[in-house]
Design a protein around this ligand. Structure first.
Ligand SMILES: C[S@@+](CC[C@H](N)C(=O)[O-])C[C@H]1O[C@@H](n2cnc3c(N)ncnc32)[C@H](O)[C@@H]1O
Length: 279
């Protein structure tokens, strides 16, 4: 991340969710706020992005990871969890939609300070009021602990929580990832969903150049991919931190579960994964 600058990749993933609503009817992930939260500059690029077929796999993955996470979140709430922490929230809109507010579910958004400030401005410009159940906690995962960031937020470390951590792990150092996992592991009966990317060498040669191009463009925006994991290595890391790995889905499993007719032409094989784990 560039000091004092909001995340550019957060703008892009929000744009993917917005395009998914208009182009694909939100069939994987329905988000009525996806476009409203975007700035005019990004809105102006949506048609061009929607017309680019090379962006479809990433767009569907971004929609599917949110769907997977919010399905898991709903199951956690059904089991009694009343705290949701959205780590590296970007322009994620769960906090605006929270269908569990009536059950007392509180939402804590933890993000890079400049990204969070920019999101507040976006919400204000879109005349989207801050819900009473939402608390913002600015944290740079590379420099501060989440415990420190959440200390004044009303978050209860002695109560179970669901953590959503989407589109963030690849941008963090192993040290920051480990510190975040340690924090989550310290919360009783915690549950979480996050996504990760396999190393470039796992990709077949015909897909490797494309994914390296995606990573190069992210680096050029000041957000290089710093961490990749082999699925077996990731499973061991979670086990060593005391988590039970509930599910690890690659694109093949995600497309079978969620994409329906949209899965035609989507390349499957090594790549991005979403994971659900519990303490
Ligand atoms: C690709 S965006 C994903 C945003 C959102 N979760 C989504 O799915 O649209 C990456 C997010 O990670 C956050 N992030 C990256 N590095 C961070 C750091 N060192 N500390 C805190 N947040 C960070 C960015 O601010 C941004 O919100």
């Amino acid at each position: 991340m560039r000091a004092g600058q909001p995340s550019q990749t957060a703008r892009r993933t929000a744009a993917y969710r917005a395009i998914h609503q208009t182009l694909e009817g939100g069939t994987i992930f329905h988000d009525p706020f996806a476009s409203r939260i975007l700035d005019a500059r990004m809105l102006a690029t949506l048609d061009e992005m929607a017309a680019d077929p090379s962006l479809k796999p990433m767009r569907l993955f971004v929609a599917a990871r949110s769907r997977f996470s919010e399905d898991a979140l709903g199951a956690s709430v059904a089991r009694g969890i009343r705290q949701v922490v959205v780590l590296g929230a970007g322009l994620d809109t769960f906090s605006l939609r929270n269908p569990f507010a009536g059950q007392g579910v509180r939402v804590f958004e933890v993000d890079f300070p400049a990204t969070q400030q920019w999101k507040r401005e976006q919400l204000s410009q879109a005349a989207l009021a801050l819900p009473g159940w939402l608390t913002f906690a600015p944290v740079d995962f590379e420099r501060q602990s989440i415990a420190e960031g959440l200390a004044q937020s009303g978050f209860r470390v002695d109560q179970p929580a669901f953590f959503q951590w989407l589109g963030v792990v690849p941008y963090l150092t192993r040290q920051a990832i480990s510190g975040t996992l340690d924090f989550i592991a310290g919360i009783p009966r915690s549950e979480f969903v996050f996504d990760y990317a396999e190393p470039f060498e796992n990709y077949p040669p015909d897909r490797r150049a494309h994914i390296m191009g995606v990573a190069e463009r992210a680096a050029a925006r000041g957000e290089p991919w710093l961490s990749h994991f082999d699925p077996a290595e990731l499973a061991k890391l979670l086990h060593d931190k005391g988590f039970a790995l509930v599910e690890d889905l690659g694109v093949a499993e995600l497309s079978d579960r969620y994409y329906g007719a949209l899965k035609a032409g989507i390349p499957i094989g090594p790549g991005a994964h979403v994971v659900r784990a519990q303490r």
